[in-house]
Ligand binder design. Structure first.
Ligand SMILES: NC(=O)c1ccc[n+]([C@@H]2O[C@H](COP(=O)([O-])OP(=O)(O)OC[C@H]3O[C@@H](n4cnc5c(N)ncnc54)[C@H](O)[C@@H]3O)[C@@H](O)[C@H]2O)c1
Length: 421
């Protein structure tokens, strides 16, 4: 199938997933973004990026941004849509031990209701991009009778959402493989995405939607497992006086292990890994497993360990300082990765919460806080001046090292051994 015409595409939810998809698809299509956040909609329509991520900000400075339209009005967003992508949040609901899929369900119901009101208009293909439980898409097809419903998992690295949309590692579409109409829809969506990519040679796969949902959850859980593995390796190395860097270097030379995604950190975090691992774990309620429980629990163990190590080092430095009563802990940045503006479920924030209840005065340097970004930092002072943080704090804690910390190396606590993300 080769697509020639420009399509009308609507994207519901203008966050990291929705907005990077909108930027990418608008090169060949007329794209509208529907969001409930009026301030965000206003910024998009004034061609200003509502996200601080560099790639998206740079894109908004180009003429391409003039083509993108945003609205809070559902009917305006749904009118004329050939394809609708859903990229709304699916937070983890601890009380139910499962994703809260309310926003996705409501959006599908609203779309069906709109289609019923407009019988002369052909129904659009609906593609869920939000991460959802295994079986969700098939369940929604049976519940609503909507057959034009697909799932296409999104795979974005933090800080590189637009880059990864334009050059995806793979494109996977979940459909009902026994339904020829759905397979045709899936092929169409594949082509729509592919023709907007920078290079069109990435692997593509059409699978049953439940398998596509499982691919997403298993992929993120594997990444969390890998982070947890190298972090626990590092915990032993730090405790036993081993050289974690040399150990990881030595392991990575085995091509089956590989030299990538192996840099220790305070823990895995971000919006997706903590919730996606929990969701996958919940699917094992009646199936024997040990590993997925361990992946979920290992992160808390690592965060506790890191907080203890910081407190140990802080106590040593405090005893050596000229004015122990004025000793402060300084936190350098809350983001998970250099170049990201995303603090959601950040491992540093989790460590700060553990330190905050130990009686120390804590200063946090995070230049993006206060510019519309929220932190969750009880009992901490926000420091906007890095030089001030360096001079007033007896220990500086950084999940990720940056060259501006070179002059405080003697009082720095980090486990960023390779200085990469
Ligand atoms: N962030 C990632 O890297 C990533 C990667 C893969 C998958 N996902 C999944 O994609 C989904 C969205 O993630 P995100 O990071 O883009 O979230 P986000 O919080 O950055 O953005 C969600 C957007 O949806 C809007 N919104 C909320 N409810 C809405 C509604 N009912 N109608 C219209 N707009 C609504 C919000 O205002 C916000 O702008 C989640 O399910 C997430 O798990 C995220």
């Amino acid at each position: 199938m080769t697509l020639k015409e420009e399509l009308n595409i609507t994207i519901i939810g203008g966050g990291y997933v929705g907005l990077s998809l909108a930027c990418m698809l608008s090169s060949n299509n007329a794209v509208k973004v529907l969001d409930i956040d009026a301030a965000k909609v206003d910024m998009i329509n004034r061609h200003i990026s509502p996200l601080a991520e560099k790639g998206i900000r740079d894109w908004f400075r180009t003429d391409a941004a003039l083509r993108l339209l945003a609205t809070t009005d559902q009917d305006e967003a749904f009118a004329d849509a050939d394809i609708v992508f859903i990229a709304v949040p699916t937070d983890f609901d601890e009380s139910r031990s499962a994703f809260d899929t309310t926003h996705v369900e409501k959006t599908i119901e609203n779309l069906i209701e709109y289609n019923d009101r407009m019988p002369e208009k052909p129904d659009p293909i609906i593609v869920i991009k939000s991460t959802i439980p295994i079986g969700f898409t098939a369940g929604m097809r049976s519940k609503t009778g909507c057959r034009r419903l697909l799932f296409a998992p999104e795979f974005l690295r933090e800080g590189k959402a637009l880059e990864d949309s334009l050059s995806p590692s793979r494109i996977i579409i979940g459909a009902d493989k026994d339904d020829p109409d759905q397979m045709q829809d899936a092929q169409k969506v594949l082509q729509v995405i592919k023709r907007c990519c920078v290079s069109s040679d990435c692997p593509t796969l059409i699978v049953n939607s439940s398998d596509a949902e499982a691919i997403k959850l298993f992929s993120n859980t594997y990444l969390a497992l890998r982070v947890a593995f190298f972090n626990e390796l590092d915990s032993l190395a730090e405790s036993a006086g081993l050289n974690a860097r040399d150990i990881i270097d030595g392991m990575g030379t085995d091509p089956r292990i590989g030299y990538y995604y192996n840099n220790p950190s305070f823990g895995y975090g971000g919006y997706c890994l903590p919730k996606d691992t929990r969701q996958l774990h919940s699917h094992y309620a009646d199936v024997p497993e040990k590993l997925f429980t361990a992946v979920v629990e290992s992160n808390d163990t690592r965060l506790d360990f890191i907080a203890d190590q910081i407190l140990r080092k802080a106590e040593q430095l405090r005893e050596q300082s000229a004015a122990p009563e004025e000793f402060r802990i300084g936190i350098y940045r809350l983001n998970m990765k250099s170049g990201s503006d995303n603090f959601r479920q950040s491992a540093t924030t989790e460590v700060v919460k553990r330190l905050a209840c130990k009686g120390y005065t804590i200063e946090v340097y995070e230049p993006l806080l206060g510019d519309g970004f929220e932190g969750d930092l009880p009992g901490c002072t926000i420091q906007k001046d890095l030089d001030q943080l360096k001079s007033s704090c007896g220990i500086i804690v950084a999940n990720r090292f940056e060259p501006c910390l070179e002059d405080v190396k003697d009082k720095l606590y980090t486990r960023d051994l390779f200085h990469n993300n």
